[in-house]
Design a binder for this molecule. Structure first.
Ligand SMILES: CC(C)(COP(=O)(O)OP(=O)(O)OC[C@H]1O[C@@H](n2cnc3c(N)ncnc32)[C@H](O)[C@@H]1OP(=O)(O)O)[C@@H](O)C(=O)NCCC(=O)NCCS
Length: 267
């Protein structure tokens, strides 16, 4: 049986304003008023342009993670509830099992994708494991996808974005099949997979989803390169902003210290 998870410092933060933290990741999943539905006779080209604009407006910076991010990966996974660990790994992973899993990620072979909030907290994480043999003994390999999004950040399309990005990366590596193992009760995960065109095979409490990927093109390679640069830029920008904010905080702290001692001296 899984051990009771250890509360991490980050998950215990009581003051995080998640609405503000997540504003950059698109609209609130429960907006006060739903947007007006598009006119039914809208021409196809206009609809496509609108979809492209929406995609651009809700662009989410996704970053490829490396070995040096292992601690953040562990923190993210440890902050998942027992139920989420069960959904993510197919069993109620203990803290020790999570550390072991994170330690075993092969960054040379696999890809790990992450989405950071303004405080550089990893709010969403995907692992694309390459080299899994395709059933049937053809000798070909597939990529297996696993994902988790912090509970506070769900319903904003982050899981879907990570899925789409992982599919793009796998495709650009010449992989033609992406595989997802999920519990049959995991409706959000199966919804993401089926919406992308995956075939789902249910076997009791477990399901397997198979997504066929098209061959890569110049466009798909350019898209990945562009995303990578923008994701990196966004991360560096957040890092600078955080350093600046820490600096302003420490100046304010020093100032308040001098104000207090000045007042005390006068008194
Ligand atoms: C699965 C998970 C990653 C989804 O993350 P997310 O960021 O909330 O996903 P998205 O916002 O992209 O939404 C996913 C889709 O599921 C749908 N959905 C959400 N809850 C649902 C529910 N209870 N039933 C059916 N569909 C649901 C959403 O409407 C959305 O579909 P749409 O875009 O067609 O509207 C997240 O729930 C999670 O981390 N779960 C725990 C770990 C896990 O289950 N990992 C997957 C196994 S590898």
């Amino acid at each position: 049986m899984p051990r009771k998870p250890r509360a991490t410092a980050k998950s215990a933060e009581p003051t995080t304003d998640w609405g503000q933290e997540l504003a950059a990741f698109g609209p609130d999943p429960q907006p006060p008023e739903p947007p007006a539905p598009p006119a039914s006779d809208e021409p196809g080209r206009l609809a496509a342009a609108r979809a492209a604009l929406e995609r651009l407006a809700t662009w989410v910076p996704i970053r490829s993670l490396a070995r040096r991010h292992r601690r953040r990966i562990v923190d993210h996974l440890l902050s998942l509830t027992p139920q989420d660990r069960y959904l993510r790994f197919g069993y109620g992973a203990s803290d020790e099992q999570i550390r072991h899993y994170a330690q075993g990620i092969d960054f040379n072979r696999d890809e790990v994708l992450g989405i950071f909030n303004r405080r550089l907290q990893l709010v969403a994480l995907a692992h694309l494991a390459y080299g899994q043999p395709l059933p049937g003994g053809s000798g070909r390999t597939m990529a297996e996808f696993g994902v988790s999004v912090l509970a506070q950040a769900r319903g904003r399309g982050l899981g879907r974005r990570l899925f789409d990005t992982a599919a793009l990366h796998a495709r650009n590596r010449g992989i033609d099949t992406m595989f997802i193992h999920a519990l049959s009760e995991n409706r959000p995960m199966l919804r993401i997979a089926t919406a992308a065109g995956a075939t789902v095979e249910r076997d009791g409490s477990e399901s397997e989803a198979w997504l066929r990927l098209p061959p890569d093109t110049v466009g798909s390679q350019v898209e990945q390169a562009l995303d990578r640069h923008l994701g990196e830029l966004d991360f560096q920008f957040k890092r600078q902003a955080r350093a600046l904010s820490d600096f302003v905080d420490s100046v304010a702290e020093v100032k308040s210290h001098f104000d207090t001692s000045g007042r005390a001296a006068k008194e």
